[in-house]
Write a protein that binds this ligand. Structure first.
Ligand code: NAD
Length: 297
């Protein structure tokens, strides 16, 4: 049995920590939100009163936090001062490549093994233990990191050195943001043309329009029962988070001198939906903007 400190038990971290507990590990859970800790305890984790208390005896520390500044602060203030010698440190948050590399450098200088291991798959996959992990770490550390991740994962791929996991993630989410907008525009157009949206789903999901945004995460309620569209766009991948990832992609593209015009359009459209009040809703709720409505209440 491995002792795992799990810091950040939100929409994603809650399900991921629960799967580590289900796999028989001792999970010491900490989040700033007491309700998130209570939920983790109900799922088999042990509550830690502070991040330091969770970290100090752990063999593995997993963080699942909102953004780069949270990860930098938690590593500098909590993880590095408290981790025990030999611990493996894994950050699963989606953050900027620069922060991931900066944290990796500090962690390595302190003598620990580290991986940036962001995930793809959404909250349903976090709960089911079927996330895709893209890992940036030293070659020699990958087998140990992969073994730790296994109870939360359907597939784990070594993307390359530190920061490569985050690079893979922002490129993937740029595809996701743009493809969701394309699917939403198509549903809004189908509706305006008098085509039954469910019939459109049936056809496009078996035609060349097929993609994850359509068939696994359909923004139109009905065809995919597990999609957030069936629960008023609550509890999935928030628009504000998608906007964060699209901004990360644009910042990275500007620094690397890459042309990403569709990614830029997607960022602009999600920024607009966010300003209209859609920030807390799942990113597939942008459908309502294309239908000429405000964000769902
Ligand atoms: P969330 O906001 O639901 O959860 C983040 C949690 O971190 C919150 O419970 C918050 O209280 C906690 N937190 C913040 N600062 C903390 C601190 N200093 N110490 C302890 N806890 C702290 O976000 P989420 O949807 O779970 O996403 C987490 C990360 O996963 C983000 O980087 C996001 O981009 C990424 N991600 C999300 C999804 C998704 O579908 N939601 C999918 C893939 C990746």
């Amino acid at each position: 049995m491995t002792k795992i400190a799990f810091i950040g038990l939100g929409n994603m971290g809650g399900g991921m920590a629960a799967n580590q507990a289900k796999a028989g590990h001792e999970v010491l859970a900490f989040d700033l939100a007491a309700a998130a800790v209570e939920k983790a305890v109900a799922a088999g984790c042990r509550a830690a009163g502070t991040a330091a208390a969770a970290i100090k005896d752990a063999d593995v520390v997993i963080t699942m936090l909102p953004a780069g500044q949270h990860v930098r602060a938690v590593y500098a203030g909590e993880v590095l001062p408290n981790a025990k010698a030999g611990a493996i440190l894994i950050d699963c948050s989606t953050i900027d490549v620069e922060s991931a590399r900066a944290v990796a450098a500090q962690v390595k200088a302190a003598g620990f093994r580290f991986a940036d291991a962001p995930v793809s798959g959404g909250t349903a996959a976090a709960e089911a233990g079927t996330l895709a992990f893209m890992v940036g770490c030293d070659d020699a550390d990958f087998p140990a990191v992969e073994a730790v991740i296994a109870p939360m994962s359907r597939v784990t791929i070594h993307a390359g050195a530190h920061g490569a996991g985050q690079a893979a993630k922002i490129c993937n989410n740029m595809v996701l943001g743009a493809s969701m907008i394309a699917v939403c525009e198509a549903f809004a157009l189908a509706e305006k043309l008098g085509l039954d949206p469910e019939r459109f789903f049936e056809i496009s999901s078996k035609s060349s329009g097929q993609c994850w945004s359509l068939t696994s995460y359909c923004p139109w309620p009905g065809p995919v029962p597990t999609a957030p569209s069936n629960r008023n766009y609550e509890g999935g991948f928030a628009t504000a988070m998608m906007l964060k990832d699209l901004k990360l992609a644009q910042e990275a593209a500007a620094k690397a001198g890459a042309a990403t015009p569709l990614g830029a359009q997607a960022e602009g459209l999600y920024a607009l939906f966010d300003r209209l009040g859609g920030g807390p809703k799942d990113f597939s709720a942008i459908l309502e903007m294309f239908r000429g409505n405000g964000p769902p209440a």
